[in-house]
Design a protein around this ligand. Structure first.
Ligand SMILES: C[S@@+](CC[C@H](N)C(=O)[O-])C[C@H]1O[C@@H](n2cnc3c(N)ncnc32)[C@H](O)[C@@H]1O
Length: 203
């Protein structure tokens, strides 16, 4: 099964409380975005947004320039339906981030539990090329992955686990690691998953 088919099946067949990564409030992401100076004049893209509630929080903070990117059309359709009329001010892009052709730049790049699926070096290089190309100089990226003591798989797929320092080394010298958090995520059925969240500033 292709990766895209995997994710379409997941979002078509499972309810939110069957998704291990579901969280009611993306509190650590928001804490780090606030450290980055999040304000309504900023543009933001959520990579692998899925059905995350981050967009709801960004709309509450009156951001008018929000893009959600995901390889699953079903996930973005579910988000569009949940937002209702508010979705009119959000851009939805269905594609694989590793083959995406960005046509503009953003102040904020957010990724929770997407980069860790890129287990092949060429996939990581493709992701980092898109991050470099589409984040403004001085812009900020929040990247959350399973931590070194986190699970070895997510949604049944193998993942790479990171510490903030190893993630910083992977991204390269163009990105300054300016803050980090460890977070114990509890799945909807109560299992604990260890995440690291890193905030980078593009030089
Ligand atoms: C574990 S879920 C996390 C969803 C969301 N970020 C959250 O925190 O709730 C991973 C998401 O990334 C998407 N995804 C996985 N690989 C991707 C890729 N290469 N390009 C774009 N989206 C991808 C999946 O469809 C899924 O929605």
């Amino acid at each position: 099964m292709s990766k895209q088919a995997h994710w379409e099946t997941v979002y078509s067949e499972k309810s939110e409380d069957e998704l291990s990564w579901h969280q009611a409030t993306p509190s650590v992401s928001l804490e780090l975005l606030d450290l980055a100076g999040l304000n309504k004049s900023m543009s933001a893209i959520d990579i692998g947004a899925g059905t995350s509630r981050l967009v709801d929080a960004l709309l509450t903070r009156r951001l008018g320039d929000i893009t959600l990117l995901d390889m699953s059309a079903a996930a973005l359709e579910a988000t569009r339906a949940r937002l209702g009329a508010a979705s009119a001010s959000v851009r939805f892009t269905v594609c694989d981030v590793t083959s995406w052709q960005p046509s503009r730049c953003f102040d904020i790049w957010h990724d929770r539990a997407v980069f860790h699926f890129l287990v092949a070096p060429e996939e990581r290089a493709a992701y980092i090329a898109r991050l470099s190309e589409s984040l403004k100089p001085g812009g900020h990226a929040v990247i959350a992955t399973f931590a070194l003591d986190g699970p070895e798989k997510c949604s049944g797929l193998p993942v790479m686990r990171y510490a903030p320092q190893t993630l910083a080394e992977t991204l390269g010298a163009d990105f300054d690691l300016i803050a980090q958090r460890h977070h114990l995520h509890h799945t909807p059925w109560g299992s604990a998953q260890s995440f690291q969240y890193s905030l980078f500033r593009k030089i």
